[in-house]
Design a protein around this ligand. Sequence first.
Ligand code: TXA
Ligand code: MG
Length: 323
Amino acid sequence: MTEILHCDDEGFTRAAAALSAGDLVAFATETVYGLGADATKAQAVAKIYEAKGRPSFNPLIVHLADIEAAKALVLWNERAQALAEAFWPGPLTLILPRAADCPVSLLCSAGLDSLALRVPAKASARELLRRCGRPIAAPSANRSGRISPTRAQHVLAELEGRVDFILDDGPCEFGLESSVLSLLEDGPQLLRPGAITAEEIEALIGPLSGPRSSPGGEDQALSSPGLLASHYAPAARLRLKAPSPRGDEAYLDFGGQAPETKGKNYLDLSPQGDLLEAASNLFDYLRRLDESGARAIAVAPIPETGLGVAINDRLKRAAAPRP
Ligand code: TXA
Ligand code: MG
């Protein structure tokens, strides 16, 4: 089920075609192997979470062939320009506000208004990105909670049968994930230390603000309280495991559980009851119902299996009382 491709013309062609078709392709970068999917296709992005078996939706890094492609997706600024000129292509990820017309799936941002971007340096990654000509979402190509893979064999051991292709380009040079730098309003913050150091960044854009996170894996990066203050939460109250709406509640259905409420302020995450489809629609539909002005959104019960675990995790967070 998982096929290894080599970095020759045929390998690049097939890998790019698979990505364009919405399949998963693991590929080497200078840091670690990434598990790639077309970032503009929500269902392809949902496959990433399914393959990794993540119990929650962490936002993903979007990989691009060059600065111009990155600029088109976000609200670019002077700091981003200076950093990109100095460190791209290379192991630095920048977090910026999403542009209003950003074509990248909201699932990639885990519902946030921001997007993480990087232009990788490895020649094979750049060739692949150039050939498919679209933004590619790629977390490290390991199962959730495991260490990041730095060889094609590691990816195979982690994800055999869960990824369509692995584009083998030997070992990764750094073996450590990219530095993740937030350039959002609350000041530049290093969310994940990596190959580009805080000192190198400060030399270009001045002092960083906020706490320094300690080196660690993907899941540690944002676990310190307050680091990701902007976790997506709708303005409307959420009522979970609701078999049907009450009063003027909006209703977010799953598998057509309350079809009689169809009409105004009703959306079904997946009429067929498909969790992959539900995950791909989750953030988009929550936003739409929230923007309808409803004071409360009732949400149908969602099975606690497979991707349902991550969906329920996000719904519980969104339903939790706010400070
Ligand atoms: O070196 C790397 O960065 C590798 C290669 C494949 O590029 N990718 C990688 O991705 O390590 P991942 O998903 O394992 O880690 C991405 C990190 C996570 O800590 C995530 O929470 C953070 O970046 N991140 C992504 N988007 C974010 C956003 N909009 N706001 C805050 N943090 C974000
Ligand atoms: Mg990771």
